[in-house]
Design a binder for this molecule. Structure first.
Ligand code: BGC
Length: 416
């Protein structure tokens, strides 16, 4: 299959001719190490291979990219940045402010990115009016994944309210099964917290607390209720949750060892990779109480400023490739995410993907689209990490809910 459209060819040719160089290998730093993620990554690798661009793989495991960002910092400090780096939200802007990123304006202009990339993504892909990264997808975090056979066997309908969700988890637990598959890592707890905060307080509360960092919202009764819901979720995880990777938690739902997982739609990549079909084997639905709102994160590839002209040519070709409509469809169908441009047909997407695309567009239209706190789209890393610490300490029983809300106010204040 050819993902490289005519305009992409022109953009790559333009970059290549200005630099008078041939394509070099790209060294790509990323955290796509699970089965589903690797399958999606192969779509990108194959696409570049079709253009004779070699792939130098630099995987650093860990959802949310915390470890990847630590490795990146070390590489840049050593004066040896990778050519292309998977990055989220505010991390991209931080690197742009340091002047470390290449300017992608030529390829963006040749490909018309301005017209097709949603404003919510441009806010992170552009800095001072310059394109500094290529968005590959839009994920969202307020999803629940369920094993359909487990629910059917217990006569449980897909829950639509938080009360129904709690009742469903109680019924699964009473039947001797794990209700909630979870991996005890701070970013996974924070990912659940995105959906829980939306379910308690809606999009306005989410914005006040996570984006505006309003101390009143952070310490409010609503926040206490959000922590109470997290404590409820904690009571439905199995004894071995501590430290478990997210994809192993997905596997518990895939194998029928657990009923539900609250996780971003990269979890769908695991179900698909295991040969499962939405609607038949598994269900996808919004965290009960959060329907109509979408907390998003977008994986983007930021290109580091490099000296070599042929490395720059490869960066341009990679950026053009990532943004071509056919690639956006092929990649996101496998990854579980939805396209980062508004003009990609939904024909090749499954039911969950079609739902995700429609809900993203509707949320953008109704001002109900918010950046994921857990995945670096609400605030800078210092604030995000401060929130992680409180959420995870509460989840592990160090704080009661009232204390956690107070700690959140203090931690966020200190982190700014
Ligand atoms: C990324 C996803 C990735 C997930 C788990 C998120 O931060 O946006 O692409 O699949 O982490 O690794």
């Amino acid at each position: 299959m050819r993902y490289f459209g005519k305009k992409s060819m022109m953009a790559a040719a333009l970059l290549a001719s200005t630099s008078m160089a041939s394509a070099a290998d790209v060294e790509v730093l990323h955290w796509w190490t699970s089965g589903g993620e690797a399958a999606a990554l192969n779509v990108l690798k194959d696409d570049l291979a079709g253009q004779s661009i070699g792939w130098n793989d630099m995987p650093v495991a860990g959802g949310g990219g915390e470890s990847a960002m630590t490795v990146l910092r070390a590489r840049v400090t050593a004066g040896d940045p990778p050519t292309a780096v998977q990055m989220l939200g505010f991390d991209i802007l931080d690197w742009a402010e340091e002047g470390a990123l290449a300017n992608l304006n030529d390829v963006a202009a040749a490909e018309g990115w301005d017209a097709v990339v949603p404003a919510a993504l441009q806010a992170f892909a552009k800095h001072d009016g310059q394109w500094i990264s290529a968005p590959v997808n839009v994920h969202s975090t307020n999803w629940v994944w369920a094993n359909k056979a487990v629910l059917d066997e217990l006569g449980i309908a897909q829950p639509t309210t938080w009360a129904e969700f709690e009742a469903a988890m109680a019924a699964v637990k009473a039947a001797g099964k794990t209700a909630l598959a979870h991996g005890g890592q701070a970013w996974q707890e924070a990912t659940m917290f995105d959906g829980v905060v939306l379910s308690v307080g809606g999009v306005d509360f989410y914005r006040k607390a996570f984006i505006d960092l309003d101390p009143e919202a952070l310490g409010s009764d609503m926040m206490v209720e959000a922590f109470d819901r997290m404590a409820t979720l904690r009571s439905y995880v199995d004894d071995n949750f501590s430290g478990r990777d997210w994809n192993l938690a997905s596997a518990m739902v895939i194998n029928g060892d657990a009923a539900f997982q609250i996780m971003g739609d990269w979890a769908k990549g695991e179900f698909l990779n295991a040969g499962k079909t939405p609607g038949e084997d598994f269900l996808c639905f919004r965290v009960p109480g959060s329907a109509g709102t979408v907390s998003f994160n977008s994986d983007q590839f930021a290109m580091f400023a490099v000296e070599s002209a042929d490395a720059r040519a490869s960066q341009g070709a990679m950026a053009a490739s990532i943004m071509s409509p056919s690639f956006q469809s092929a990649f996101n169908v496998v990854k579980g995410s939805v396209p980062a441009r508004t003009d990609v047909p939904n024909d090749d997407f499954d039911a969950c993907g079609k739902q995700g695309m429609a809900e993203l567009a509707a949320a953008a239209d109704s001002d109900s689209l918010v950046g994921s706190m857990a995945h670096g789209h609400a605030n800078r890393a210092s604030v995000k990490n401060a929130m992680y610490d409180v959420v995870t300490a509460h989840f592990n029983g160090e704080y009661d809910s009232a204390t956690a809300a107070e700690e959140l106010v203090t931690a966020v204040e200190l982190a700014q």
